[in-house]
Design a protein around this ligand. Sequence first.
Ligand code: M6R
Length: 366
Amino acid sequence: EKGGYEHFMLKEIFEQPRSIHDSMRGRLVAASNHLVLGGFLEFEKKFVKAKRIIIVACGTSWHAGLVAEYLIEDLARIPVEVEYASEFRYRNPIIKEGDIVIAISQSGETADTLAAIELAKSKGATIFGICNVVGSSIARASDAGAYTHAGPEIGVASTKAFTAQVTALTLLAMMIGSKRGTIEDSKLRQLMIELENIPAKVEKALELNDKIVEISEEFKDAPNCLYLGRGYNFPVALEGALKLKEISYIHAEGYPAAEMKHGPIALIDENMPVVVIATRDSSYEKIVSNIQEVKARKGRIIAIVTEGDQVIPAMAEYVIEVPETSEILTPLVSVIPLQLLSYHIAVMRGCNVDQPRNLAKSVTVE
Ligand code: M6R
């Protein structure tokens, strides 16, 4: 059942070229300019007119929600707020008619997310669900939605569900943008082609596995770890840190790289591993300066860069090169080495990777 892999988590990490492909199947065919997300069509008018979109989710799904905030604001120009379901439901949120709430959940059974949906519904919002488990409670409680089609995810640490969520949310953002006329046709076409190429690029990123084993060996005994990213890679930094803490029990924090100077930079010394996601994008120059700041304080830099990067390898202790893609699709590729890093470190520390202590696959308590 683990398909020859030692753990479900590793199997699921390696399934991603396939699961991402499955999340696009029938929805996207660049050659014939076909882009359709079934559930969207039902609410096309509402999406086109929406004044605001609120995303509710927990954990890794919340990180996918953050990526979606950037995607939807970029491509569809609708203001988006991303909320922890548990905070949203307890604070008398302002929900107006015409608001759309997108609920993201792998299991479709997360109690806080379900309760947030019920609250939003009672105030007249339309609920769009992004779920992996077909027929789950959240899928049933939604007015419409899109399944992620990642296949069953058994490992408690979410991996392929995350990339499938981001894929489905990318398709959604592209659809809203194309119907609202906020994306140029040529840009949309180019994105369609790039998105179709993502499974092959993820396959390539998975070839980094051996190199990541080496790096893991070096850092497996670290008591702390910082993850930094900017823009689309900021949610990836949060996700990398969550993966490491939940399965290896190493204290890890994700930060937007520019926030470092407002506090966390005080933590950096020669013992602090700092994973910087620094792919070549619009904030590249800025993140190079952030790397310099870490280096000046002797932090141990592990950099995730775009293939062929000439600058960062001279600054970082370890460099992991991922294939280039469009900026907005970067999380789908840059998250892969972080999943592998947390996996190998946890295995080396003798942790129960598929069933970490104190955690359950679906959190059905409040
Ligand atoms: O099933 P859901 O997506 O609603 O679950 C949400 C979180 O409980 C989940 O993502 C959790 O954070 C994972 N263990 C992260 O790997």
